[in-house]
Design a protein around this ligand. Structure first.
Ligand SMILES: [Zn+2]
Length: 500
């Protein structure tokens, strides 16, 4: 400061000013109360008048504060700021009517200027302190990175990225009438509690700045976060039905429309299905085997992200044991004659044609179809062991063994040898999309038949889809198999694979 003063300073009400100049400029600043005190004491003693400060104003940006006031007849001014509950010195200016303050914390809003003069004895005389206020109210950025860090059945934990200058964040939840603030928090995460389970919820978060007079100034809203609470725990899981190879699970309905079914496999819960009703049939199981299942409800949010409830009770169920018997080389599973890739008929087995029951059932079906304007006929019924051997060999000669095995049975393995199966109309895949094929698929069970090699079951039946091949089971069993949606192997819990 010393070096800056190059010309004599004009002092009011002070005589012999010149002598004191260098001394004055070397004097340390006092506190505001000291300033006032010394000014008062001096005033009492000698009645020195210090001109007042007028026109004091302050402007603030993020980095600096510019204080300015009207020029006046004083030597200089002490500049102070109110910080941490008390006034602290910030600087001293000589013969200037403005100053720039830097490194002032953003929460400091009050500043004061006290003018002083110096007499010829080197004594300072302080004038009245004038205050001004100014505050930096930052433009807050939009909150980004808003996510549902965790969803539970009655709560959602939100988190987001911090915003510079934010004193806190407002969490807003969408109601029918619009967004409403549900919480203010200082941190960058918040758990909204007391929410209904299995419910879609939309949130936004805004940063806010708290002004010195207590006003809350919000920044812009984050993007909407669309999430959901988790469903309640599913209760009452039980096995309502079990067969040789299927287990039907059922449970109490919840407000949720989706469930996830888990099956214990090799010591781990493996997700196997996502039904939308409160029951599910697990198929393709082994007979006489224990299985464990558990489920949980699932709520999808607007992005189709899953929010899962807690796991239900665990059920352990054993599939029924099927009974496989052999009589004169013919295999019966639970009393049903079976010929497939696993179970062969002996060469001697020969009913001589379609069984009477099978043929009569066909006639009944044919007549019903006819009433619907559908014409059905048998293109291939009974085939003997020898016929099948010749037929299969001719396919092998034409297409090779591997290909032939996908559509033709080896001798002894053909269902046509049972006298219980037949091909209708045309034994060719072009038949699949005909009205006749559709009629058969929809109606044959009513007359005791099933589509023996359904679509999508090639790895179970061992054969490609055959829309024309039906197997007679009798009306009761045909309806049960049809209703189950299973192929015969699945229904009986057996395989169909060549062992040679
Ligand atoms: Zn056939």
């Amino acid at each position: 400061m010393k070096g800056m003063i190059k010309e004599p300073i004009k002092l009011i009400a002070v005589s012999a000013m010149a002598a004191s100049l260098l001394m004055c400029s070397g004097v340390l600043l006092g506190t505001q109360s000291e300033n006032a005190q010394s000014a008062m004491i001096y005033a009492g003693a000698e009645s020195v008048s210090v001109p007042g400060i007028t026109g004091l104003k302050a402007e603030r940006s993020e980095a600096k504060i510019t204080l300015s006031w009207d020029e006046g007849d004083y030597l200089g001014c002490n500049v102070m700021m109110y910080s941490g509950g008390k006034w602290v010195k910030k600087g001293q200016v000589f013969r200037k009517s403005s100053t720039v303050l830097t490194k002032v914390p953003l929460d400091v809003t009050r500043f004061s200027v006290t003018p002083f003069i110096c007499d010829n004895n080197g004594k300072y005389h302080y004038g009245e302190t004038v205050e001004t206020e100014c505050e930096f109210i930052p433009e807050l950025a939009k909150v980004t990175g808003l996510t549902a860090a965790e969803t539970k059945d009655t709560s959602v934990r939100l988190s987001w990225s911090p915003v510079k200058y934010a004193d806190g964040y407002g969490v807003f939840l969408k109601y029918t009438e619009g967004y409403r603030e549900v919480a203010k928090t200082a941190g960058t995460s918040y758990t909204v509690t007391g929410q209904p389970p299995s419910y879609r919820r939309h949130f936004i978060v805004k940063a806010y700045y708290k002004t010195s007079d207590g006003r809350i100034v919000y920044g812009p809203a984050s993007d909407q976060l669309k999430t959901a609470t988790c469903p309640a725990t599913v209760s009452g899981l039980k096995a309502s039905k079990s067969t040789y190879n299927s287990i039907t699970l059922s449970w109490n309905r919840t407000s949720c429309s989706q469930y996830i079914v888990y099956q214990m496999k090799n010591g781990k819960w493996v997700r196997i299905a996502k039904p939308t009703t409160n029951s599910y049939t697990v198929t393709g199981l082994d007979n006489n085997t224990a299985y464990k299942f558990v489920i949980r409800a699932c709520k999808l949010d607007d992005y189709n992200k899953e929010h899962l409830g807690w796991l239900s009770n665990i059920v352990q169920v054993k599939t029924a044991k099927n009974t496989i018997t052999t009589k004169n080389g013919v295999t019966y599973v639970n009393g049903i004659l079976i010929a497939n890739k696993t179970y062969a008929l002996p060469a001697s087995y020969n009913p001589g044609g379609l069984t009477k029951e099978t043929y009569n059932a066909f006639v009944e079906m044919r007549n019903a179809a006819s009433r619907d304007g559908i014409s059905l006929w048998i293109c291939s019924g009974f085939r003997s062991y020898d016929t099948q051997r010749w037929l299969y060999q001719s396919y092998v000669n034409r297409d090779g063994k591997a290909a032939a095995d996908t559509y033709s049975a080896r001798a002894g393995h053909s269902e046509h040898q049972t006298g219980l199966a037949m091909d209708l109309n045309y034994a060719s895949s072009w038949f699949d999309n005909t009205n006749e094929a559709r009629w058969i698929a929809n109606n044959c069970w009513k007359y005791g038949f099933i589509i023996r090699y359904p679509q999508g079951k090639q790895n179970v039946t061992g054969y490609k889809y055959e829309s024309w091949h039906v197997r007679y089971l009798g009306k009761d069993l045909a309806k049960k198999v049809y209703d189950s949606g299973l192929c015969l192997e699945e229904y009986l819990g057996i395989t169909s694979q060549y062992n040679y």
